[in-house]
Design a protein around this ligand. Structure first.
Ligand code: HEM
Length: 281
């Protein structure tokens, strides 16, 4: 299974043209769903207004060279290393899910379009990357779902409680899990369960890409824009209208500085008050 292209094997029963058309329709759904999200939620208008307000409130102008440098910093930090997450476990889970999904997606597109039938030998690298990517999504995603997310870890809700906000993570996990099971069964058995898991794989994948207007899928496009905007607000001095961080050397900031120190104070300060360990998300 790790070295066979599951789509080339499937071409014995489903024409490669149908598979390629399906992938193109999914790409169109991502573009359409994201544009719908942008218009429906007014995200583009929100970003434009907030950047205009930030420029007006700012004490200095951010030049184009500085803006490019901030964009590179955002890509290198918030996007590539998920640096927005304070909780290290959540950050690792997100990195596994994010890189796993990108690797799995790339391998799928290469195998479906470049090696659609057994007539063109698929280099072993691609099926391997496909499996590794899908497994990374499963490890990061199930870890997040069962142990890390706030509803379960802090609010004590059941791991089986589902709300609409879970559409993205659940359909992503269902797609990669059913895909792996289908590929395994197809490579090793050929039983009727292969067909059952193929259908489940297609349903979950269609929900993942067609459900964008109702799910958190498009955060992967919005979050980088928001992180960049935040950096510009710090650079131009507007700070999105938030108070500036406390300056330890400024006596006027002594109250705020004491509050900062309190954050690092021992959990039991000898006052009989037991403070909980902070748990950031
Ligand atoms: C292939 C790309 C990506 C995948 C598969 C992915 C996956 C996920 C998942 C599963 C969650 C948890 C969702 C939930 O709470 O239900 C999440 C949250 C988050 N992601 Fe991503 N992500 C991707 C790209 C990105 C990028 C590029 C950024 C930012 C620069 C980003 C920033 C965040 C942040 C800040 C959260 C937490 C916010 C929240 O809980 O609403 N993600 N991501």
């Amino acid at each position: 299974m790790f070295t066979t292209n599951p789509y080339a094997e499937l071409s014995a029963s489903i024409s490669p043209t149908i598979m390629q058309t399906y992938v193109i329709v999914m790409i169109a759904l991502v573009i359409g769903g994201t544009l719908f999200d942008v218009i429906h939620k007014g995200s583009a208008r929100y970003f434009f207004n907030s950047s205009k307000k930030s420029r007006e409130r700012g004490s200095r102008e951010v030049g184009s060279g500085e803006a490019v440098s901030l964009a590179i910093q955002t890509a290198a930090s918030e996007v590539l290393t998920s640096s927005e997450f304070c909780n290290p476990k959540r950050r690792i889970a997100h990195l596994l899910g994010m890189y796993g999904f990108v690797i799995y997606l790339l391998a799928t597109i290469v195998m479906v379009f470049s090696y659609p039938t057994p007539a063109t030998q698929t280099p072993e690298l691609w099926p391997m990357l496909w499996c590794i990517g899908a497994l990374m999504v499963c490890v990061g995603g199930y870890w997040f779902w069962f142990f890390i997310r706030v509803d379960v870890a802090s609010e004590g809700n059941s791991v089986f409680r589902l709300v609409r906000a879970d559409l993205f993570i659940v359909s992503l996990l269902a797609s990669t899990t059913f895909g792996l099971i289908w590929a395994f069964l197809q490579a090793n058995t050929g039983s009727m369960w292969t067909f059952v898991f193929l259908v489940l794989y297609l349903i979950a994948t269609t929900v993942l890409f067609a459900g964008i207007p109702w799910s958190k899928f498009s955060h992967m496009f919005f979050k980088p824009a928001a992180a960049f905007q935040k950096k510009v607000a710090v650079a131009n001095g507007s700070l999105d209208n938030l108070p500036r961080p406390a300056d330890r050397t400024n006596p006027e900031d002594s109250d705020r500085h004491s509050m900062e120190l309190l954050k690092d104070a021992p959990l039991n300060m000898g006052l009989g008050i037991k403070r909980e360990q902070p748990n950031h998300y």
